[in-house]
Design a protein around this ligand. Structure first.
Ligand code: DQA
Length: 144
């Protein structure tokens, strides 16, 4: 077991071109590379998965129970992704929810996350750095 799952939900595949004033200019490839750098010295490889549909995200979770842990940005599925929530409930390893933007400083409909109660931790509002910090937290939390 030496792979870390990096799961990104709907509309995150177009980072860099998506509302850069909100989400910044880093692409998803930049973020995947950064997470890889953070965990390289643990000998972990990043399995990066992005899907716009909930079903495919669920399939990715079910196919990666043998990963060391996960970083999950559910995008708008945070709001009502009940099936994603149930899939994560059965994911056997620690995982951290990340949002690039500070969702609590935005519209009311972004203030609740149905997956957050299951996460080991939640990071929001720090842009791409949030993914790096999540990777560092998992490095600390997961022993060999
Ligand atoms: C997001 C915040 C969500 O509210 C939004 O729907 C996204 C991105 C973030 O990373 O800030 O798609 O998860």
């Amino acid at each position: 077991m030496n792979e870390l799952l990096l799961l990104n939900g709907p509309n995150l595949g177009i980072l860099g071109k998506r509302e850069p004033e909100v989400y910044g200019t880093d692409t998803l490839a930049d973020i995947e590379r950064a997470v890889g750098e953070e965990v390289a010295d643990r000998g972990w490889r990043v399995v990066a998965v992005q899907h716009d549909s909930e079903g495919e995200l669920i399939g990715a979770i079910q196919n990666h129970y043998d990963t060391v842990g996960a970083i999950v940005n559910p995008g708008a599925l945070m709001i009502a992704g009940w099936s994603l929530r149930d899939a994560l409930a059965n994911y056997p390893r620690p995982w951290i929810e990340v949002h690039l933007s500070n969702v609590w400083a935005r519209e009311q409909f972004r203030h609740e996350s149905v997956i957050a109660p299951l996460a080991s931790g939640v990071i929001a509002g720090l842009g791409p750095l949030g993914y790096r910090l999540a990777a560092r937290a998992l490095r600390e939390r997961i022993s060999d």
